[in-house]
Design a binder for this molecule. Structure first.
Ligand code: ADP
Ligand code: ZN
Ligand code: ZN
Length: 723
């Protein structure tokens, strides 16, 4: 038996691959290698084990072409955690390792230069600036560099989207790259005197630095959770250690980076998918070298190497953005716990609306809960009020009470947010003569009318057609939009309040990179305005003059078939409501509904999130749904329904007599999408170990089923939605 290297390759297969050691050089676990793979192709893989015996004969093995790293790129802790994660999420190991590496490090190229990328004006650049010959983004960049060389990180913060300008100016010889180390730590702002609750949280967590313990920091929006993180990160830096802070969305990053940098006076490494690949790799490598003390990032930043780990913080831990929904379907919050254990550091999960999973972990004694109940920055919590929509004359779905409240707000010179989690003009276009409605031919689902683009768009597959002028079925001109999306609300509010700026923030209006930040920056803090927005506006960016939040159209969430819908609705309502009255002015929240008597809404209003979540958790317990039962979802899709059915039937059969509950094979809740038939098999068990011990051998066997070749399939451990 030859001694071989066992290598993870970025392919969606449940196996590692054996290779003979390279002719020269030595590869150790955690280093990258270039190997022959497939017909005449090469791939970069990560050595998982070195010097192991292969069951395959020498003759059939290929040799590693080249070792890319002398020392392991992924350290022992990351390697072990990744192996555990691939095992837990039943992922292809190669995809797990690929997720851990920034794209630029998955290629056969030298490691990027660790030095910070910085830019400076050339002499020609200075003349151009003095001559005033450039406009727009180019001018802004020239002006920024007139004060001295700046690092890419700082430029990204000051001038989102600066790279295009940099490319133009570089080509024109007006600016140049410099290696001068110019990052001046920004002035350090003083921390506010912490409240008793904050101080206690910092003390309790601070005492535990140096050992693993998960904490749930449960504090309403504006209660000062970020101040607690800052105080802890200060302690960690003082010990010479590293802190990793995860946020759910890129939109939240710039403001938080600024706050961290201003307070801590250290460089903050940022890692998220909107960064240029080189920058991302550099930030990752700086963390690996220990040079980076504070790392802030979105989901995939949980894979950052932390050789001197001191603390991991997951902010807004309930956010579903932490779950990866394709490829390697890990959950960054749960992975944070795995890493915290491996690194022996505390993990702080913060939220105003903790997930039921984390609350159950607190109940079970696995996580320690800390509460922040007061809001130091605000006068008092917002008042929440239900608007009963029944028997009201609505104007484009808006009730007179809601319009009056918006009117009062803008008259006072304040800002109002109308929250509607549906973009487009109207979700349905209906013929009043014959009942026809526009439907996506590839999904058999209603298409959304986008009036501005004069188009019908399928929100499931993006299939787009022109808006018809008459009914295609009976040729009647009586086509009427049904229901309201953000675009329609924007129109209605613009007509109703012609003198007030109306700003719509959704995926349509924020397509461009950094558009979100720029839109909000255009908002005058001291002027009245009306914002209309989707989920994107539920968090991030402080809006100090926002005093009214009106929530419309949450009723869908009250009647969904998804058992997580009520948890999500409660979180959304509380999060959106928390945007009102963050600063010195009191806030007000209106919740417009057809179901004012609904128990969840009643309890939310009367008692708040905590007791409502406790009720939801008891409901889950009584029916053994997660987090009390455990689920794995096998999904499959194909152009032909028979192929889906055959594969799922074979997969169910292959489970044999394992003591599991199966639901299905059955069609997915959306049985057709983008022309593909979809089906699923839901596998449940009372204990995690029962589930995993049955599925561990089953998962690799799936890809060997002949029927698997005719479908696309995936496994989702702890799925967060059943679509
Ligand atoms: P959260 O992260 O819980 O939403 P933040 O930490 O952002 O809350 O705090 C909300 C606001 O209150 C911020 O403007 C912050 O500066 C302020 N704040 C937080 N803690 C204190 C404190 N102890 N004293 C005064 N202001 C505080
Ligand atoms: Zn018709
Ligand atoms: Zn479609």
């Amino acid at each position: 038996m030859p001694a071989v290297l066992r290598v993870a390759l970025p392919v969606p297969l449940p196996t590692l691959f054996d290779y003979l050691p390279p002719a020269t050089g030595e590869a150790v676990a955690g280093s990258r290698v270039l190997v022959p793979f497939g017909k005449g192709k090469k791939a970069v893989g990560v050595v998982v084990e070195a010097g192991v015996e292969s069951a395959v004969g020498n003759a059939r093995l290929k040799r590693v072409l080249r070792v890319l790293d002398d020392a392991p790129l992924l350290d022992a802790e990351l390697m072990a955690t990744l192996a555990r994660a691939a095992d837990y999420w039943l992922g292809a190991p190669g995809e797990a390792y690929a997720n851990a590496l920034p794209l630029a490090l998955r290629e056969d190229r030298p490691l990027p230069d660790l030095h910070e990328e910085a830019w400076a004006l050339t002499a020609a650049g200075r003349s151009a600036l003095d001559a005033g010959s450039r406009r727009g983004g180019s001018r802004a960049l020239l002006e920024a560099l007139a004060r001295g060389a700046q690092t890419a990180d700082l430029l990204h913060e000051m001038l989102p989207g600066w790279r295009d300008a940099a490319r133009r100016l570089d080509e024109a010889g007006l600016i140049e790259r410099t290696r001068a180390h110019t990052a001046e730590p920004a002035p350090v702002t003083a921390a506010p005197a912490l409240s008793d609750e904050q101080r206690q949280a910092v003390e309790v967590i601070g005492e535990g630095l140096g050992r693993f313990q998960p904490f749930l920091l449960d504090g309403v929006t504006g209660s000062g959770k970020t101040e607690v993180y800052l105080a802890l990160i200060e302690k960690v830096i003082a010990q010479g250690k590293q802190a990793l802070l995860l946020v759910p969305e890129i939109g939240l990053a710039p403001q938080t980076v600024r706050r961290l940098r201003e307070r801590l006076g250290v460089a903050v490494q940022v890692l998220h998918s909107n960064l240029a690949e080189g920058d991302r790799a550099r930030a990752w490598l700086r963390a690996r070298s220990g040079e980076a003390k504070v790392i802030l990032g979105t989901r995939s930043a949980i894979f950052t190497p932390l050789p001197q780990a001191g603390l991991i913080v997951v902010d807004e831990e309930h956010d579903s953005a932490y779950k990866q929904q394709e490829g390697f379907r890990y959950h960054a919050r749960d992975l944070a716990i795995l890493r915290g254990r491996a690194l022996d550091v505390p993990v702080v999960l913060g939220s105003a609306t903790p997930s039921l999973e984390s609350l159950a972990n607190v109940q079970a004694g696995r996580y320690r809960a800390l509460h922040l109940r007061a809001r130091p920055g605000a006068i008092r919590p917002p008042q929440v009020q239900i608007v009963d929509m029944r028997a009201q004359r609505l104007e484009h779905g808006l009730s007179p009470a809601l319009l009056a409240a918006v009117g009062d707000t803008v008259v006072r010179g304040e800002q109002a947010l109308v929250f509607r989690n549906r973009r487009g003009y109207a979700p349905v276009l209906l013929c009043y003569s014959c009942g026809w409605h526009a439907e996506c031919p590839r999904c058999e689902h209603p298409m959304t009318l986008h009036a501005g683009r004069r188009a019908l768009v399928c929100h499931h597959c993006d299939y787009t057609t022109r808006m018809p002028g008459q009914c295609p079925s009976c040729f009647s001109p009586e086509l009427k939009p049904q229901g309201q999306g953000t675009e329609r609300l924007e129109e209605a509010l613009t007509v109703h309040f012609p003198d007030v700026p109306v700003l719509r923030i959704d995926r349509e209006t924020t397509r461009r990179r950094d558009a979100f930040e720029q839109l909000l920056e255009g908002l005058h803090e001291d002027r009245p305005a009306i914002l209309i927005g989707t989920q994107m506006l539920a968090k991030g960016h402080d809006l100090p003059n926002l005093t009214l939040v009106a929530i419309v159209g949450v009723d869908e969430g009250l009647h969904s078939v998804d058992f997580r819908a009520s948890e999500r609705l409660a979180q959304l309502v509380v999060q959106v409501a928390g945007r009102a009255g963050r600063a010195k002015k009191p806030g007000r929240v209106l919740l417009q509904t057809h179901h004012p008597e609904h128990p969840l809404l009643r309890q939310l209003l009367a008692q708040g999130y905590g007791p409502s979540a406790a009720t939801l958790l008891e409901e889950r317990r009584s029916v053994q749904l997660p987090p009390f039962g455990h689920q794995v979802l096998l999904r499959a899709d194909a152009h032909q329904r028979e192929h889906v059915d055959a594969f799922l039937a074979d997969a169910a059969h292959a489970l044999g007599g394992a003591p599991l509950q199966l639901a299905g094979p059955m069609p997915a809740p959306m049985p057709l999408r983008a022309g593909r038939h979809r089906g699923q098999l839901l596998i449940e068990a009372e204990t995690r170990s029962a589930l995993h011990s049955a599925l561990r051998p089953w998962y690799p066997s799936l890809s060997t089923l002949p029927s698997a070749r005719r479908v696309r399939w995936s496994l989702d451990v702890d799925p967060i939605d059943l679509y």
